[in-house]
Design a protein around this ligand. Structure first.
Ligand code: TYM
Length: 330
């Protein structure tokens, strides 16, 4: 059984880009695999953030994941900073990571451009991400397309570490993408992203979903109502694939190509399907919001289960790297 690991930053609400690109897949994978899913708070602090809000956002992100269908009886859900082995393994990995590889990461370059002074945490971000995955010797990483380059680096770090300290010790993890591997924002310009404000939240109420969908960008070739469109060039069709059943998808594609429907007709169908699909998620989220102590308890349990695995891997990695084991005191 393949071990699966993935993570999400608590830097904003869970949006449908995260959901269709990654989380929907997580919910499926937990049925057949040994899965760990992590709210990566230590990654979130590599960008400007508000300390007074971080804990609450972390709990909220975890609650949203549980509401979206992650089931602690089927997978391990936890918070990254609750398992300190992540940071220790990350440090060990910095000693085999070439600086040039880190500087080449496009996510780093994009984020660094937006900051006045670039901090080392931002540069080392993918090393911590590597530790997240390899601490559990996970082989499968369900993510969106924007994480592919980080996964390549992860395999490079695994190869270098193995080459120096123990052939075959760490696996080389592979990404797993969905058909919605890159959901665009509602403006149709860039990737849907918490930091760009072009999102639909998974927990948005029905009227907000429609308000946001109505003006959203579609196939740019459809200038007037009579122009036929190409569903494969339309972000709304990508979102349809995540929420509408196959026969509806056929109807949508046909009516787009023949201009049988206008874009607004197509969006109305999508809004109805989305609102219906997400109603139980919203309901579960409201229920969890009223029971924060229960969420914290589930996260503590998840961290304890994750830590049991993490300790073993880290202990062995330390030993192979030649670090002196601490003798027990007294
Ligand atoms: P984050 O928090 O930006 O996003 C979480 C997941 O959602 C996917 N995603 C998208 N997929 C399709 N279309 C979009 N518009 C879109 N926006 C986001 C992301 O690809 C991701 O899978 N570095 C990671 C978090 C992380 C991680 C890890 C992931 C830390 N450690 C270990 C995998 C394994 C990140 O920033 O994700």
């Amino acid at each position: 059984m393949a071990r699966v690991f993935s993570g999400i930053q608590p830097s904003g609400e869970l949006h449908i880009g995260n959901y269709l690109g990654a989380v929907q897949n997580w919910v499926r994978l937990q049925e057949q695999h040994d899965c760990l899913f992590c709210v990566v708070d230590l990654h979130a602090i590599t960008q400007p953030y508000e300390p007074a809000q971080l804990a609450q956002r972390t709990r909220q992100m975890a609650s949203s994941l549980l509401a979206a269908g992650l089931d602690p009886a089927k997978c391990i859900v936890f918070v990254q900073s609750h398992v300190p082995e992540h940071t220790e393994l990350s440090w060990l990995f910095t000693t085999v990571t070439p600086l040039g590889e880190l500087e080449r990461q496009t996510q780093y370059k994009d984020k660094a451009q937006r900051q006045e002074s670039v901090l080392a945490g931002l540069l080392n971000y993918p090393v911590l991400q590597t530790a997240d995955v390899l601490l559990y010797k996970a082989t499968l990483v369900p993510v969106g397309e924007d994480q592919i380059q980080h996964l390549e680096l992860m395999r490079e770090i695994a190869r270098r570490w193995n080459g120096r300290f123990g052939e075959g010790f760490f696996p080389e993890p592979q990404p797993q993408l969905t058909t919605a591997k890159r959901v665009l924002g509602l403006d149709g310009q860039a990737k849907m992203s918490k930091s760009l404000g072009n999102t639909i939240g998974l927990l948005d109420p029905p009227d907000a979903v429609w308000e946001k969908l109505r003006p959203a960008a579609t196939d740019p070739a459809r200038v007037t109502r009579r122009d036929p469109g190409d569903p494969d060039k339309c972000n709304i069709y990508t979102i349809h694939k995540g929420f509408s059943p196959p026969d509806t998808l056929g109807t949508v594609a046909h009516n787009c190509r023949t201009a049988g429907w206008g874009c607004l007709d197509c969006k109305r169908v999508l809004a109805d399907n989305m609102i219906a699909a997400l109603a139980p998620v919203r309901e579960r989220a409201a229920d969890l919001a009223a029971r924060p102590a229960e969420v914290d308890r589930q996260l503590a349990d998840g961290a304890a289960r994750a830590r049991a695995i993490a300790r073993d891997t880290l202990g062995e990695a330390r030993r192979r790297m030649g670090l002196l084991p601490a003798a027990s005191a007294g």
